[in-house]
Design a protein around this ligand. Structure first.
Ligand SMILES: Nc1ncnc2c1ncn2[C@@H]1O[C@H](COP(=O)(O)OP(=O)(O)OP(=O)(O)O)[C@@H](O)[C@H]1O
Ligand SMILES: [Mg+2]
Length: 571
């Protein structure tokens, strides 16, 4: 059987025979092993049986769980003799030298540790003093106990606080409880070394009170200069301070102040006052105040570091968010540019391959038509032969028309990618709409009626190829939204300094909850192989590049209206 030896701060041990499969550890009373103290989380960790041994698991505690001094990131299997650190407690896994077994839940309380510490300190003190010989002033032991208690409480409380106001308030509350101070304050130095009242606490003050404490500049200067605590039984009659303005005006009596010193230098002043009594503070109070001040100084410094760390973290998170957004933007641009480049290459190759034979076909047909025409009308030609040649001429003309159609399709293709217009230049939006429709026309499903209402628009400076691409994505969406039959209307018009393009469809519409997401790259409701969710994202990007806006209004089963505004001036 294995045991857990719980070592308390004073060196005493409490042992627990490990028989159950799981032991919960934490500050909360429901735990099997209850450990208190500021650095122990309510549900801190768990001891779990792992084969013939146990493993320690940290339950995302604030201050972590340690095995042999190393903070664990995942369950750690224990070997005999391993030391588990939980807050200020050490739990040793394995049989201790002289184990005392206590059944049931075990509570290790810092309060109890403190009591044991005190009783030990007192017994040591009593042993050191021979019986009957009182070598120390009466009450000295109590004072020491009080000092010890105060420092202990303070360090315990401050270790769990990470903000300067919390640290200051807690420290002042403990000081008001432990001394005869009527009020206490903490003054902090700013970057220009000016003192500012940071926190003030008044004995028995209502919670909504906003008391103000003024620190005599004579006293403040002296403390900061000498870096020592100051005590006065009656400031009004103390030669050092009696002439000070606030000493006179506020009729200050008993004061005790100490400098707040951190590792990085002076931080401020810790100040206690009691204006009701003379001599409210003793020399011991002053030593205590100096000891407390050094603890508060460190805690304030830690809190500031923590705060700086938190801010740096927030800044880092912000940077990561910005970089992620920029990356997404670049991805989108890349996607769009690559898609366009691939299409351009394809179109350029196809156009070249078609145009060359088409040229030959056309000139041959021209020649044949001329020859058949001449042959049909040559003198002495038999009527049947003449009719044959006329038929052949007419066939040649039909073939020439077909060649013209092929030429028009090739021209549309090149116009769509605007191989000749890749740069920023004035172009007609209406021409763009027509080119896109000419290209898409043959692939539009039966039952979809494409209508255009093209208004009077001047040419606008733009990247024509990109705008065509945006239009194609939008018209494609409109057609895909129509279930069986319906209408897609493309309208252009001028509104003040803007060219407006409206693409309206009578399709299935967009549910309200989808509307905020439709421009997200990758958002699609279409099946696999139908959509990749890039159409609207690319269109939006292109319109934004032209300093325009794109808006979508839609309701389920009520169709969809996409409105684009583009500045006529191009910016
Ligand atoms: N006119 C429309 N009617 C109904 N829903 C639409 C319309 N336009 C866009 N949507 C909705 O917005 C989503 C995103 O559209 P987007 O064009 O970005 O991607 P996609 O059409 O799904 O795929 P891709 O365009 O990349 O082939 C669509 O999946 C669809 O749900
Ligand atoms: Mg689409």
């Amino acid at each position: 059987m294995t045991r857990l030896c719980i070592k308390r701060l004073n060196g005493q041990t409490t042992d627990l025979d490990l028989t159950a499969a799981i032991y919960s550890i934490g500050r909360s009373a429901e735990n099997d092993i209850v450990l208190d103290g500021g650095r122990v989380s309510r549900h801190h960790g768990r001891l779990e049986r792992d084969g013939d041994s146990y493993a320690i698991v940290d339950l995302e505690s604030h201050n972590g769980t340690f095995v042999n001094g190393m903070r664990i990131q995942q369950p750690a299997r224990l070997n005999l003799g391993d030391e588990i650190g939980v807050g200020p407690h050490v739990l040793v896994y394995g049989p201790p030298a002289e184990a005392v077994t206590i059944p049931g839940p075990v509570t290790v309380s810092l309060e109890k540790d403190y009591a044991v510490l005190l009783s030990e300190a007192t017994s040591v003190f009593q042993k050191a003093s021979p019986a009957g010989e009182e070598t120390r002033p009466p009450g000295a032991a109590q004072k020491e106990q009080r000092t010890l208690r105060l420092l202990f409480d303070l360090s315990n409380a401050l270790s769990a606080l990470y903000s300067v106001p919390e640290v200051s308030e807690k420290a002042l509350d403990i000081l008001l409880e432990s001394t005869r101070a009527e009020q206490g304050a903490i003054f902090l130095l700013d970057e220009y070394r000016s003192l500012h009242l940071a926190t003030v606490r008044v004995r028995n003050a209502p919670t909504d009170a906003h008391p103000i404490v003024e620190l005599s500049s004579t006293i403040a200067d002296r403390i900061l200069k000498e870096r020592k605590g100051i005590l006065t039984a009656d400031a009004a009659t103390d030669d050092r301070f009696a002439h000070g303005y606030s000493v006179v005006v506020r009729q200050l009596r008993s004061l005790a102040c100490a400098p707040l010193l951190g590792k990085s230098g002076d931080l401020g002043i810790l100040y206690l006052e009691n204006n009701k009594s003379i001599g409210a503070f003793t020399r011991e109070d002053l030593s205590l105040l100096c000891a407390v001040a050094s603890q508060i100084g460190l805690a304030i410094e830690n809190a500031r570091f923590f705060d700086a760390l938190k801010r740096t973290n927030e800044e880092l998170e912000q940077i990561v968010e910005e970089r992620t957004a920029a990356l997404r933007e670049t991805q989108l641009k890349l996607f769009q540019t690559e898609k366009m480049a691939a299409l351009s290459r394809l179109v350029a190759g196809v156009a070249h391959e078609i145009n060359n034979p088409l040229g030959a076909l056309r000139s041959n047909l021209d020649l044949l038509i001329q020859m058949f025409g001449r042959a049909a009308t040559s003198p002495g030609r038999q009527p049947e032969e003449a009719a044959l040649f006329e038929n052949l001429t007419s066939l040649g003309q039909t073939s020439l028309l077909a060649c013209g159609r092929i030429g028009a399709v090739v021209r549309s293709l090149t116009a769509f990618v605007r191989l000749d217009q890749a740069e920023f230049k004035p172009a007609s939006l209406n021409d763009g709409v027509q080119t896109v429709l000419q290209l898409m026309g043959p692939s539009v499903r039966q039952g979809i009626r494409l209508t255009t209402r093209l208004g009077d628009l001047p040419e606008i400076p733009c990247y024509p190829a990109l705008l065509n691409q945006a239009l194609m994505h939008l018209i494609e969406n409109a057609c895909q939204a129509i279930k069986q039959s319906g209408e897609v209307t493309i309208e252009t018009l001028r509104q003040g300094d803007y060219a407006v393009i409206r693409i309206h469809d009578t399709g299935r519409g967009i549910p309200k909850e989808h509307l905020p997401r439709i421009f997200e790259p990758g958002f699609t409701t279409k099946g696999v192989g139908v959509g990749v969710g890039m159409g609207l994202a690319v269109a939006q990007r292109i319109i934004q590049e032209h300093h325009g806006t794109i808006d979508v209004e839609s309701e389920v089963d009520q169709g969809c209206l996409v409105t684009i505004h583009l500045p006529l001036a191009g910016n």
